[in-house]
Design a protein around this ligand. Structure first.
Ligand SMILES: NC(=O)c1ccc[n+]([C@@H]2O[C@H](COP(=O)([O-])OP(=O)(O)OC[C@H]3O[C@@H](n4cnc5c(N)ncnc54)[C@H](OP(=O)(O)O)[C@@H]3O)[C@@H](O)[C@H]2O)c1
Length: 230
């Protein structure tokens, strides 16, 4: 039976591939993008599978726009994949970062997913097996120390902490929450030398989400379903 999936950041990279694979499986998909040009590109690339794809336009920093878009999404929502994210400014070491640009990264990568979760919670609560996937990164593991990606890593570490706390807060409602690492993927963010194609990462992510149970809630998992150390 098909499910309703919401994917943010569907204009390119991992988000676009997730929407493509979900559409091919015949799922109902609500995809978020930032503008109409990106929506046209997405819909053109999905060709005949349009019928089950809805699009919503908002920026992850804009809480009001997210709330009004969320009100137009018909529930229930089975899976929310908060995927949209940015690497942020370069350089971004603690001594060299631009503070305003760093705040922007936190607004997109750390608070953006929570804005989305809060706005869509009524539709998630109405699903039989609701799952929330906050797309994080292995750079957000605390043992990984690289000054050159300090802002990005800190935004994902904070997202990981929110994933743990949100899992606890939503346990009484039976909503599963995980932080997920997609692996190192060849996208605009991951670059050409990354080890995985979007297809490999995307199919692994979907198989991992398909197999999720409440026992995994509150954990950090990679695209192959393996648990990661925080
Ligand atoms: N690629 C990797 O190796 C890798 C590794 C670990 C984790 N990740 C994570 O995986 C997720 C997807 O990454 P990706 O590699 O697919 O990146 P990408 O190719 O750079 O795509 C980023 C997506 O996020 C959207 N986005 C950026 N800023 C936004 C904003 N302010 N509001 C709404 N949407 C926004 C982009 O939309 P626009 O086109 O409008 O900019 C785009 O759809 C991110 O959370 C990233 O941190 C990626």
């Amino acid at each position: 039976m098909s499910e309703h999936w919401v994917v943010s950041g569907a204009s390119r990279g991992i988000g676009l591939e997730l929407v493509r694979q979900l559409a091919a499986r015949g799922e109902r998909v609500t995809a978020s993008l930032r503008d109409e040009a990106a929506r046209d590109v997405l819909l053109a690339s999905l060709a005949a599978q349009h019928a089950r794809i809805e699009t919503k336009l908002f920026d992850m920093r804009d809480g009001e726009a997210i709330l009004s878009a969320a009100k137009t999404v018909a529930g229930p929502i089975d899976v929310l994949i908060a995927n949209a994210g940015v690497f942020g400014p370069k350089p971004q070491t603690p001594l060299q970062m631009d503070f305003e640009a760093a705040l922007d990264v936190f607004s997109i990568n750390t608070l953006g997913p929570l804005r989305l979760v809060r706005a869509l919670l009524p539709q998630l609560a109405g699903a039989a097996n609701p799952r929330i996937v906050l797309v994080s990164s292995e750079l957000g593991a605390s043992a990984d120390v690289r000054p050159s990606s300090a802002v990005y890593a800190a935004s994902k570490i904070a997202l990981n902490k929110f994933a743990q706390c949100l899992a606890e807060e939503l346990k009484p409602k039976g909503i599963v929450v995980i932080a997920l690492s997609p692996g190192w993927v060849r996208t605009d963010m991951g670059g050409p030398n990354a080890t995985l194609s979007v297809q490999e990462s995307g199919s692994g992510i979907l198989a991992t989400i398909d197999a999720l149970t409440i026992a995994e809630s509150g954990s950090f998992i990679d695209y192959q379903g393996e648990r990661l150390a925080w």
